[in-house]
Write a protein that binds this ligand. Sequence first.
Ligand code: TRP
Length: 386
Amino acid sequence: MTDNRKPKIILTGDRPTGRLHIGHYVGSLRNRVALQNSGEYDRIFIMIADAQALTDNADNPEKVRQNIIEVALDYISCGLDPEKSTLFIQSQVSELTELDFFYQNLVTVQRLQRNPTVKAEIQMRGFSESTAETDTKAGLPVGFFCYPISQAADITAFNATTVPAGEDQKPMIEQTREIVRKFNSTYGETLVEPEILLPDNSACLRLPGTDGKAKMSKSLGNCIYLSDSEDEIRAKVKGMYTDPTHLQVSDPGHVENNPVFTYLDAFCRDEHFEKFGGCFQGRKASFEFHNLDEVKAQYRAGGLGDVMIKNFLFEVINDTLKPIRERRRELEKNIPYVYDVLRKGSEEARAVAAGTLAAVKRSMRINYFDAGVLEELIKEQTEKYK
Ligand code: TRP
């Protein structure tokens, strides 16, 4: 072998608590597919994080169970190819919990309390005000509080170098890097320090909801799902929040904090103007645009109505989602194939994680019964009692 470079490995995933939406798509999925097809990575692991989903859904395992297949369908429809990427289910790789258990000793409660994503999630779920001691729906479940450590296990188990994810995952990767450094300095060089890979387009970092709220979320009912029909997308785009000060078509409009423009920033390419330029040809006003900057300039100047832009946005989103939707409809007819992919993927993932766990135990010297180790141990302890 002449190629001594460190293998480039991807691990990332999603909690199966609902179908995936366009925020997941522009924030990470689209990027994953591009990375997969770039051929630059030696291995790609895509995990359905059912165990992490259970950390705040202990009372509702059925929801998580139902959504595993939804997420798998979304993954494959988007272009994740089981021939190129290993798709697996977190709970089926029990080695991950063993790694988690050892990593828990390397992290303080104080450090976990500083994690901004977990903090925000605790707030959102109302765990922060609760004094409940036994009701894990009202109080903060320990497993949920500690999930950043479990995520470090997910990432390091596969020796991942790269984690393509949204901005909210930054604190998890930072926590993982700290655990890796702590582990390696305590027990010897064993684990690989990963890096997060964020989308390069800032509109994609956090796509707002159709209602203009900062985050697209199922509970807020402001999502466009990858599996939505053409009619559903049309209706959702039509009802989108835009610039509230843009009352008359002739009024100057604001592009900033206007979700319609954020979505265009995330989805629109210059070719869309050739394909869907007709949206800007109206009875009262007609425009000839070649790129998004021209649209923005006209919107700011006034005279460009929200209906026209929304019609165009619908076409642009639909153009992107149509092939995904069609692949999904086909896959939905072949559920046994999807479970087969997950079962084989989980077996493969398990074999890799077992290798890392063995290395971790070797480094920690808790591999008492490994070949050769037991003999040494017996010799050492026999000496001691001589
Ligand atoms: N926290 C991620 C989410 O909420 C899911 C996840 C679990 C993950 N383990 C991971 C993402 C490891 C990247 C790497 O969707």
